[in-house]
Ligand binder design. Structure first.
Ligand code: ADP
Length: 398
């Protein structure tokens, strides 16, 4: 629980899918050959320039069936029940239920290194539920599949929550490390694991370097440490700590709680950043309850909000640059193909200014001439929907 690889399990109550085709790519990511479900928007206008539904066509079972998608997230567990079926394989009924993960289970180590599918199968059996787990899907890939169902132009999925990742659809012949038979669809899904990306061109500061060095995984997931919800507040805390030490921002002594790693979470950072009250009262309240800073002037609060703004803008623009990089790699900018980018995750969903910065950076990088062809949208049903649909693709799992 709480690791960066959140996963899904699905169950087809009639047929059991039989595995996934995985391939390595030159970027070190992994490719997944799958025929994605039929989009429900199905290009009525017959726009042949976009990836058509026949290229990545639907091959869900014709039989009706009840499918479950289980999405294990950082803090909650999302359960989806979908009735699929009929010749068109559309979702006929969808129910969602979310439960909080009890904190004692979050810190438990009993699941570490064990096969989670085995664990779930055993637990279901113990409860007398006849429900075999049929597929285990990376959540960003699941989101891409779900996005594809809603729009055939969906070519990229991005996760921006506690962690970050991206997946996209690539012509199979452009995957040099794939030596197996080419998929019928001609296309593959690449799971980038972009949180692992690192480059000397990234705008790494002393705060990032220290955060990384003191983290549990130094040297790993450098891109994620600049962008994701797990780290944004911690970067802000480190900047404020330095200001407190060097400029006595919060008075002569440094507030002890300001020295506590990860005490500032991104929802609180967002609340301070987005505080529109005249004297930034929310900033004052947060400083008091998080850092024990009882007195702060409006000017100090303004500085705190400004630090939040800088850190959020940097993260959002880097995520935006990643999206533009994928679209360029796919050649979708110059060809002006309509491209939908589906984004899932609490950071994108709930942090309005982060989202705005991400959108505006993509528009800025593409320019008005090309940006009209790119749609960035919050995912419709999240990765759980994709997981449900994958569970319903028995013929895809040899
Ligand atoms: P997870 O990434 O844990 O699977 P989510 O996709 O729901 O789950 O993302 C949760 C993360 O999103 C939180 O850890 C937090 O970093 C971020 N987040 C949630 N709500 C907000 C908010 N209001 N403002 C800023 N960030 C938020």
């Amino acid at each position: 629980l709480g690791g960066h690889k959140r996963r899904h399990w699905e169950k087809g109550d009639e047929q059991v899918p039989q595995g996934l085709n995985l391939a390595s790519t030159s970027s070190g990511g992994r490719g997944l050959d799958l025929n994605l479900p039929a989009p429900i928007d199905d290009d009525e206008d017959g726009d042949s320039s976009s990836s058509s539904s026949s290229d990545l066509g639907l091959n869900l079972s014709d039989e009706e069936g009840l499918y479950y998608g289980l999405n294990l997230r950082g803090t909650n567990f999302l359960i989806l029940r979908a009735r699929l079926g009929g010749k068109h394989g559309h979702i006929a009924e969808l129910h969602r239920h979310e439960v909080s993960i009890p904190s004692n289970l979050m810190v438990s180590t009993s699941g570490v290194g064990k096969d989670l599918v085995d664990d779930i199968n055993r637990a279901l059996e113990k409860q007398g539920v006849d429900m075999p787990v049929s597929a285990l899907v990376n959540d960003t890939v699941g989101d891409l599949v779900g996005g594809r169902y809603y729009s055939s132009d969906t070519v990229v999925a991005v996760t921006l929550g506690m962690t970050t990742n991206a997946a996209y659809v690539e012509p199979a012949e452009a995957v040099p490390k794939w030596h197996g038979p080419l998929p019928k669809s001609g296309e593959m899904v690449i799971n980038m694991e972009w949180g692992n990306f690192s480059s000397s061109h990234l705008p790494i500061t002393e705060f990032d370097t220290c955060l990384d060095a003191e983290s549990s995984n130094p040297g790993d997931r450098i891109f994620e440490k600049l962008i994701s919800g797990m780290y944004l507040g911690e970067i802000v805390r480190r900047v404020l700590l330095k200001m407190a030490k060097e400029t006595a921002l919060f008075g002569e002594s440094v507030p002890p709680k300001l020295k506590m790693p990860y005490v500032l979470r991104s929802p609180d950072m967002a609340a301070m950043h987005q505080d529109t009250s005249e004297d930034r009262e929310v900033v004052g309240e947060k400083l008091e309850c998080i850092f024990g800073i009882t007195v702060s002037t409006p000017m100090v609060r303004e500085v705190v909000a400004e630090v939040c703004d800088i850190v959020a803008e940097r993260g959002a623009r880097l995520a935006g640059a990643g999206i533009v990089g994928i679209l360029k790699k796919l050649g979708r900018i110059e060809t002006r193909k309509r491209s939908v980018v589906t984004v899932e995750g609490g950071l994108y969903e709930h942090y309005r200014l982060f989202r705005n910065y991400l959108h505006s950076s993509v528009w800025e990088m593409l320019g008005s001439e090309f940006s009209d062809n790119v749609v960035i949208e919050h995912s419709h049903g999240g990765s759980g929907i994709g997981a449900v649909l994958l569970a319903a693709l028995p013929s895809r799992f040899p």
